[in-house]
Write a protein that binds this ligand. Structure first.
Ligand code: ADP
Ligand code: MG
Length: 250
């Protein structure tokens, strides 16, 4: 579902991604960890067309992200084509980014009705199913500010799912939450993983990584330092940088 082949990204003179190579198979969960500034968010943003890769190749479900390849040359995708690829990818951010002046239900039906041109009645039916799935069936008419952070993040997950994505990206989805609210969001993510969703999750929740992820990838300084089965990486990190990082966060 995701294939990164020596993906590089610079901002001016600052090279943030220095050749990331990894693969996420359909239905797999990959957890991405690493110190602040190591390029985790930039990598997710490249997958989701929020940043353009400078070198290397990035594919989602077989499609080259951001470019079209013709006779060995790369051409930037027209924004319309990029938007079309992006529709199939859901992203959840640390700060939930809900529309504050819209109800929970309105937040969820916005993209399906505007972007996918779904009929409103159908979008509402689907939104209610999703709210039920994230445990918020009774909050359809609430405004974001009336919800806890954990509830807002669950709405954000439902909103992303409303577009029927084939891939879900999570960028530190629980980092802004009070500790007692983390579990309810991880619970929803755990169920989503169990349902077969392909997920790339930037997180420092090592319990989640150990129990849910198929792969754990440790990034530092724009490179993949170490990756593998989460239990093995956590129990027996091979690199000093991985050991040092894990000893700081565990
Ligand atoms: P992480 O998510 O691992 O903390 P980021 O991907 O957010 O790391 O950032 C990696 C580096 O890239 C940081 O040094 C950050 O300042 C820099 N960076 C990220 N986005 C931009 C941008 N749009 N312009 C310039 N520098 C950026
Ligand atoms: Mg980040």
């Amino acid at each position: 579902m995701v294939k990164a082949d020596r993906v590089a990204k610079s901002f001016g003179a600052l090279q943030v991604l220095k050749g990331i190579t990894l693969e996420v198979k359909r239905g797999e969960v990959l957890c991405l960890i690493g110190p602040s500034g190591s390029g985790k968010s930039t990598f997710l943003r490249c997958i989701n067309h929020l940043e353009q890769v400078n070198a290397g190749r990035l594919y989602v479900d077989g499609d080259l992200v951001g470019y079209r390849e013709k006779n060995g040359k790369l051409y930037e995708l027209h924004p319309r084509e990029a938007a079309k690829q992006r529709r199939d990818i859901g992203m959840v951010f640390q700060h939930f980014n809900l529309f504050p002046h819209r109800t929970v239900l309105e937040n969820i039906i916005e993209a399906p009705t505007q972007v996918k041109k779904l009929k409103k009645a159908d979008a509402v039916t689907r939104a209610k199913e999703l709210l039920d799935r994230v445990g918020l069936a009774d909050k359809a008419d609430a405004y974001p500010a009336q919800l806890s952070g954990g509830q807002q993040q669950r709405v954000a997950i439902a909103r992303a799912l409303a577009m029927d994505p084939k891939l879900m990206l999570f960028d530190e989805p629980t980092s802004a939450l009070d500790p007692e609210l983390v579990g309810e969001v991880l619970g929803v993510m755990r169920e989503l993983a169990a349902s077969g969703m392909t997920m790339v999750v930037v997180t420092h929740e090592m319990g989640f990584a150990r129990e849910v992820a198929d792969q754990l990838v440790f990034m530092d300084g724009g490179v993949v330092v170490e990756s593998g089965n989460p239990r093995e990486v956590l129990a027996n990190p091979q690199h000093d940088r991985t050991k040092a990082f894990l000893s700081r966060i565990l």
